[in-house]
Design a protein around this ligand. Structure first.
Ligand SMILES: *Cc1c(COP(=O)(O)O)cnc(C)c1O
Length: 429
């Protein structure tokens, strides 16, 4: 078993060292196709593992409740400045511990309890924090949900794209205080302009949740929602390739309300080690090499989608325009559920997640779809050819799902591919 380069730091704790070594093995010998994951740089890892974790810093730079924050204030200010510059925003808050926290903070800042928020349906691509019954958001606010257009067999108009007529009708009927754009399982580009127009028509504020596509926006391959939305939330660990966490940018007029909602409204002390790592990631995302990365993520996804279609999988909405591909498994094999497909692929060393597709007859736990993404393996250096190979490996594993020997052979091919594209190879020698 190969040791990770970070083991020395905790060498005395054998149990954790052993678990880290196993996870290192998993991440470097199996394919990471979960659309919300990535491989961070060693610089991001180092900042996340830094002594800044020792510091309490409730409050904001220059206005802390504890002493000793001279350095930490500069760290957080640097992160905020880099983020404001990256997205051309008025104001940034880098404290949210996660994307979910960022979203709830915005609702808390801008929407009275019980007032109406219009967001995307969870079973058609929205996020739990967009008002799912199992999320506290649905208990504190009244959510109305828009969806996607029906599927059609016309290849030029495949459907399953955001239904802006539906968004507008619901906005007029329910007069929401806030409209939420953005999705967690949606392979098309989301245009902020029609959302802005509808929000203006009904006097609603607009929040754009760009958790998934923040890296594509930073890299210039997706339209920036910042000029159109009152507030933009995102995660820092998906396509943006930073540490696990959230962030918010907003117009100046909402800065105070947003800051107060994050702290003390929701959170206690900020994770300044993670904020340092966010600063590292924002700097990385501003480099020309990151724009090239973002472009490759999208071209790889396009090649991956075409190759999956060639293997007999139906693509939800017929295409991809971002880093993810949503596959409807029923055409490939009507008996194959998302749950089984995910489990079979796991055995073949291919990490994915099952996902509901629009109007899915199966429950979220079983599901008829699979979601895959290119962000992580593109970081590892893979290109279009490798993603065509991966589509073939996925189809092979799923066709031979009852054949252990064939699954073992797929796993060997996967391991070889991962050996040739180790994201940390240049750093571990
Ligand atoms: C991932 C995601 C979130 C939440 O991020 P966490 O860091 O997991 O809390 C919120 N919104 C959308 C659209 C997401 O995809």
């Amino acid at each position: 078993m190969s040791a990770s380069p970070f083991d020395d730091w905790i060498a005395h704790d054998e149990e954790i060292v052993e678990l880290l070594a196993r996870e290192w093995e998993r991440q470097t010998t199996t394919l990471q196709l979960i659309a919300s994951e990535n491989f961070t740089s060693p610089a991001v890892l180092a900042a996340t593992g830094s002594i800044l974790t020792n510091k309490y810093a409730e409050g904001y730079p220059g206005r802390r409740y504890y002493g000793g924050n001279q350095v930490v204030d500069e760290v957080e200010d640097l992160a905020r400045r880099r983020l404001v510059a990256l997205f051309g925003a008025d104001h940034a808050n880098v404290q949210p511990h996660s994307g979910a926290n960022a979203n709830v903070a915005v609702y808390q800042a801008l929407v009275d309890p019980g007032a109406t928020i219009l967001a995307m349906r969870l079973d058609q691509g929205g996020h739990l924090t967009h008002g799912s019954p199992v999320s506290m958001t649905s208990k504190a606010w009244h959510f109305v949900s828009y969806g996607v257009t029906p599927r059609s067999d016309d290849p030029d108009q495949p459907g399953e794209v955001i239904d802006f007529d539906n968004v507008r009708e619901l906005a007029i009927a329910h007069r929401p205080a806030l409209i939420v754009a953005g999705a967690t399982a949606y392979a098309r580009r989301i245009d902020p302009v029609p959302f802005r127009e509808i929000a203006d028509e009904v006097g609603a504020l607009l929040m754009f949740d760009s958790a998934h596509v923040a890296g594509l926006v930073a890299g210039g391959v997706h339209p920036s929602p910042v000029p159109y939305a009152d507030v933009v939330t995102f995660t820092t660990h998906k396509t943006l390739r930073g540490p696990r966490g959230g962030a918010i940018v907003c117009r100046e007029q909402y800065a105070k309300a947003i800051d107060s909602a994050v702290f003390p409204g929701q959170q206690g002390g900020p994770l300044e080690h993670v904020i340092a790592a966010k600063a590292v990631a924002f700097r990385e995302a501003a480099q020309p090499s990151f724009a090239r990365y973002a472009t490759r993520v999208v071209t790889n996804a396009r090649a991956f989608a075409a190759a999956l279609a060639d293997q007999g999988f139906r693509l939800v909405s017929g295409a991809t325009e971002n880093h993810m591909v949503l596959v409807d498994l029923r055409q490939f094999d009507p008996d194959l559920t998302g749950k089984t497909a995910q489990e079979v692929l796991d055995r073949a060393g291919i990490t994915t997640n099952r996902n509901q597709i629009p109007y899915d007859p199966r429950s979220p736990f079983i599901a008829s779809g699979l979601r895959v993404g290119t962000a992580a393996q593109t970081t590892a250096g893979m290109g279009e050819g490798e993603f065509v190979t991966i589509a073939g490996l996925m189809a092979r594993a799923l066709r031979h799902r009852d054949d252990d020997a064939e699954l073992a052979r797929v796993r060997e091919d996967v391991a070889q591919l991962c050996h040739d594209f180790n994201p940390y190879a240049t750093f571990t020698g």
